[in-house]
Each structure stands twice: as structure tokens, then as C-alpha cells.
Design a protein around this ligand. Structure first.
Ligand code: NAD
Length: 490
């Protein structure tokens, strides 16, 4: 902890002095109105920096810069594009320590996880860098009278809007494929965690990305975010955030016929059958809700456990949850840091009363930690019914709701009985059951006998209120590019 605290000042001193500026057309600048807002650390509520509070005028300048830079970037030699994206990955690796520390301080995420987030960000750039030269590849589909070919072209300038949970990694996940496809970008990071988005953009320009290809506009969703989704020069919006914000963005983008890609909320089930490897299931269930502060879209926030093993499984779970270390995010021993900000802390802690009022049992946690900062104890609700709010709503904190079930059919009904459908985790050693169950489980991504292990070529995304579209592999290019058909008469 001491070592990381020593580094912290060096990481954030310049932001404290200069604030987080926008970056438009290769130039760093404040919001046109001169407006700023203050950014505080969730660890002790201390001031970190001022941030440009942008409005429609700033978004317009950024969209115009992205539009002006588009033709040259679209036609940029693909091998050179690949080199620049790899250079961005190199820059991320070089500054991984700084990124991890700044991210912990800005978001409250524990260092043990954030030190890997920067590396994963670099991996995202390398993955799409390698695919950049073949992004435009098409097919030949000849008919008796025509030589038909298809090709793919970048859609144009795109808007990327990201949330505050693991903001660095998520920004790379959206921006790397957009650049690899040949799109130019206007990025609006979350207002609560602006620091690492700025570092990332600086790394990109140092790596040789031409001015205007990547523009950064800070500010709030209701003004800067909204203006971006409504801008006529922005052809598509890649959005990660809450389901209700996705719905607003769809309406805001309707007049300009925006293409949208949504990665939204979740209330993901982990289903534990009595024939499973229960020790492994326990480890995975704990990891998937009590890492990253539970502020994770893919977290398994509902535990469905078969009655025959529930008592023993839940007793072990309580014992383990009570041992989770809550503390300073820069302490390498810490497993759970503070929640992102007061509003979110109020939301998460409000569910402790909801659980009591609904008649569930608070088997662990259920309280905030005294003192400064937005810390809560890892919490487990047991005795929950599927229709309770604690079993239906996305709490987005280190809070797990446990429900017991009798047979497979009941488990499936409970698992599918929510508005969301992002991920599902199934624990059973019965292969035919696993096949049957995963076929009917309403989720975009399912893991059997595993926690969430991301493999970049596989599709990432949700169904129902959890999202529209897929990222990963070639799916990212499908979003950022247009298919074009050309038929030559023979
Ligand atoms: P949020 O929806 O409040 O904000 C996300 C972003 O949208 C922010 O940058 C915000 O400024 C912007 N925004 C808000 N209103 C807007 C508007 N009207 N127009 C345009 N932009 C607007 O979400 P959050 O609280 O920052 O993030 C947490 C949520 O994100 C959770 O629901 C979580 O599940 C979800 N999430 C999903 C995934 C996924 O892959 N499915 C990944 C991470 C987070």
C-alpha cells in the first residue's frame, strides 16, 4: 500500500493542476463554455481534478473533426494502421502501472484486479490490430450473368459512450475495433471516471494516430452524451451502460437513424445443481460477484442453488463472504474497494432495507463501513423469492441474492424470469442436462462449470434488456462497417 500511495501523487498531480481537458482534432482544450465539474475519489471523497463539462458545441466540433479525419483514415494503408494499433498496445503496457493506480483512485476498484485491466486493454488493441488488414475482406458470389463480389467499408465517424465500471478496459474494447475497421471516433467517457480515458487518448496520439481520428469529449450524459447521439455526422453509437439509458439513446438517435450497439445491464444467474463440483462452484460464484466490487455487468448476482445441497453450500458461502477483505483499493491485499460515488452507494445500500422489507434474510454484510468513502460490506441475501426486487433488479454492487430450487424446470423458470439476459453460469456434471439447460437459458453468453473467461474471438453481448449486437472477433467489424455488394455483368 505504501508503495502504491507514493506513486499515486505522481499519477494524478498533473490532472489536479490542469484538469481533464477535451481533445478535439489533435488539440487539447477546455469546454467551449469554460464550464468544468469536480471529480472526487470514492476512497476518501477527496478532490482529484476538474473536468471539462462539454455541451453540444464541443460535441459538434469533435464530430466535425472526426468527419474531416475520416477519409484519410479510411484509406490509410492497413499495414500501417496495424502498426499504430500495436504501438498503442505497447504504450499501454509501458504505462500499465500508472493506469492501474489512476483507475483505482478514480473508481475505487481494487488494485489486484485493475493491474490486469490495463494489460487486457493492450490485448484488445493487439487483437484488433492483427485483424485490421483483413477487415475489408469480402466474398465472391458469382451467378450465371454476374460476377458478384462483396466488400466491407467503415461506416464513418462513430460515437463511443462508456460507463464508469472498469472504464479503461471497456474503452479499449470499443475503440480498438472501431479504429481497426477504419472509423474515426468521438469518445464520451463516464463523468464519474474520466482520468484513464484521457491517458488512453494520449497514448494513442503518441503512438502516431493522426489528429482527429480519436476525439475525446468529457461531460454528462444528458448534455454531451445526448448531443453525440443526436449529431448528424455520427453514423453509429457504441454504448455501454444501463438498460434505461440505452432506451433513451435509441430515442435520441432515431431522427438521424443511428446504428446502435448496446451492452447493457444484467441480473445474471449462477445455477448450482447438486451433482456439480461444489467446491469449484463456490469459488466461481464468489469470484463472479465479489470481485470488481460487484460493479460488473457479467457478475453472477443471483445464486440459484438446488435444495438438496443448499444448506451446506450457503453455510460455506457465508463463511467465505465474511472473510472477504474490504479496504483501500491501492492495498494489494484488498478484494473490495469503495463503490464509485455517493449516488451509487445510496442505491446499493437501499437494497439492504428492501431485502428486510421483502422478508429475505441478510446472511452476511448488509451494512456500510463506517468512515470516509463509499465502502459497503460484501452482502448475501438468502431466503429470497424470485419475484422480490432483490432478485429482479440490477443492484450493481457486491451483493448476492440466493434462491433455492427443487428441479431443473424450476431453475430454468427462475433463471429466465427477469428482464435481463446477459450471462449465465451453469454448474452440473450431467452433460445432457447442461445441453438441455443452456439451450433454453435466455442469455447471450453462458459458461458451464466455469466462471466468466473471456476469449476475444467469441461473441460478447446480451439478449432481452441486456443489449443489442455483439462484440468480439468479426462481430465488432460487422457493427463498425457496412457490407457492400457489387455485381459485374459477365
Ligand atoms: P449509465 O447508463 O448511467 O451511463 C453510461 C454512459 O452513458 C455514461 O458515459 C453517461 O454519461 C452516458 N449517458 C447517460 N445518459 C445519457 C444520454 N441520455 N445520452 C447519451 N449518453 C448518456 O451507466 P453507468 O451507471 O455508468 O454504468 C453501469 C451500467 O453499465 C450497469 O447497468 C452495467 O450493467 C452496465 N454495463 C454493461 C456492460 C455490458 O457489457 N453489458 C458492461 C459494463 C457496464
Amino acid at each position: 500500500l505504501e508503495k502504491n500511495l507514493e506513486k499515486l501523487d505522481a499519477c494524478i498531480a498533473r490532472f489536479r493542476a490542469d484538469g481533464v481537458l477535451n481533445h478535439i482534432g489533435g488539440e487539447s482544450r477546455p469546454a467551449a463554455s469554460g464550464a468544468t465539474f469536480d471529480n472526487h475519489s470514492p476512497v476518501d471523497e477527496s478532490f482529484i481534478c476538474k473536468v471539462a463539462k462539454s455541451g453540444a458545441e464541443d460535441v459538434d466540433a469533435a464530430a466535425k473533426a472526426a468527419k474531416a479525419a475520416f477519409p484519410a483514415w479510411r484509406d490509410f494503408d492497413a499495414v500501417s494502421r496495424k502498426k499504430i494499433l500495436h504501438a498503442i498496445a505497447d504504450g499501454i503496457i509501458e504505462r500499465a502501472d500508472e493506469i492501474a493506480i489512476a483507475e483505482c483512485w478514480d473508481t475505487g476498484q481494487a488494485h489486484r484486479f485493475m493491474s490486469k485491466a490495463a494489460l487486457r486493454g493492450a490485448e484488445n488493441f493487439r487483437f484488433f490490430a492483427d485483424r485490421a488488414p483483413s477487415a475489408r475482406d469480402g466474398q465472391s458470389l458469382p451467378s450465371p450473368t454476374l460476377m458478384n463480389v462483396t466488400t466491407r467499408v467503415p461506416i464513418g465517424p462513430v460515437g463511443v459512450i462508456t460507463p464508469w465500471n472498469t472504464p479503461f478496459m471497456l474503452s479499449t474494447w470499443k475503440i480498438a475495433p472501431a479504429l481497426a475497421a477504419g472509423c474515426t471516433v468521438v469518445h464520451k467517457p463516464a463523468e464519474f471516471s474520466p482520468v484513464t480515458a484521457r491517458i488512453l487518448m494520449e497514448i494513442a496520439e503518441e503512438a502516431g494516430l493522426p489528429a482527429g481520428v480519436w476525439n475525446l469529449v468529457n461531460g454528462f450524459g444528458e448534455d454531451a452524451g445526448k448531443a453525440l447521439t443526436e449529431h448528424p455526422d455520427i453514423r453509429a453509437i457504441a454504448f455501454v451502460g444501463e438498460s434505461k439509458t440505452g432506451s433513451m439513446i435509441m430515442k435520441q438517435g432515431a431522427d438521424t437513424l443511428k446504428r446502435v450497439h448496446f451492452e447493457l445491464g444484467g441480473k445474471n444467474p449462477v445455477i448450482v445443481f447438486d451433482d456439480a463440483d461444489l467446491d469449484r462452484a463456490l469459488d466461481a460464484a464468489i469470484f463472479m460477484i465479489y470481485s470488481l466490487n460487484g460493479e460488473r455487468c457479467t457478475s453472477s448476482s443471483r445464486l440459484l442453488v438446488q435444495e438438496t445441497v443448499a444448506e451446506e453450500f450457503l453455510a460455506k458461502l457465508v463463511e467465505r463472504v465474511n472473510r472477504i477483505r474490504v479496504g483501500h483499493p491501492l492495498d494489494p491485499e484488498t478484494e473490495i474497494g469503495p463503490l464509485i460515488h455517493k449516488t451509487h452507494f445510496d442505491k446499493v445500500t437501499s437494497y439492504f432495507d428492501v431485502a428486510r422489507a421483502e422478508g429475505a434474510t441478510i446472511a452476511a454484510g448488509g451494512e456500510a463501513v463506517d468512515g470516509k468513502g463509499w465502502f459497503v460490506r460484501p452482502t448475501l441475501f438468502t431466503g429470497a423469492r424470485p419475484d422480490m426486487r432483490i432478485a429482479q433488479e440490477e443492484i450493481f454492487g457486491p451483493v448476492l441474492t440466493a434462491i433455492t430450487f427443487g428441479e431443473e424446470d424450476e431453475a430454468l423458470e427462475i433463471a429466465n424470469g427477469v428482464q435481463y439476459g446477459l450471462t449465465g453460469y451453469v454448474w452440473t456434471n450431467d452433460l445432457t442436462r447442461a445441453l438441455r439447460f443452456t439451450d433454453k437459458l435466455e442469455a447471450g453468453m453462458i459458461w458451464v462449470n466455469s466462471e466468466n473467461v473471456r476469449h476475444l474471438p467469441t461473441p460478447f453481448g446480451g439478449v432481452k434488456a441486456s443489449g443489442i449486437g455483439r462484440d468480439g472477433g468479426d462481430w465488432s467489424f460487422e457493427f463498425y462497417m457496412e457490407q457492400k455488394h457489387i455485381g459485374f455483368a459477365t
